[in-house]
Design a protein around this ligand. Structure first.
Ligand SMILES: [Zn+2]
Ligand SMILES: [Zn+2]
Length: 54
C-alpha cells in the first residue's frame, strides 16, 4: 500500500497540488517544481499550464 499525500505547492502564488512523493522537497516544504523550490530566482512559473506563479 502506498500512502500518497497531496499538498499544495509551498510557493505562495502557486496553485499546483503535488504529492509528497513527486514533489521537490526543500527545507521541509514541498514544491511542484525546481523553479518554485528556488523561489523563482531564475525561472518564472513552474511549467504547469494554468499556473501563474513566479
Ligand atoms: Zn505551479
Ligand atoms: Zn511557484
Amino acid at each position: 500500500m502506498t500512502t500518497v499525500t497531496m499538498m499544495k505547492c509551498a510557493c505562495e502564488r502557486c496553485l499546483c497540488v503535488v504529492s509528497t512523493a513527486d514533489a521537490i522537497e526543500k527545507e521541509g516544504k514541498y514544491y511542484c517544481s525546481q523553479a518554485c523550490a528556488d523561489g523563482h530566482k531564475d525561472e518564472k512559473g513552474c511549467a504547469h499550464s494554468g499556473c501563474g506563479c513566479g
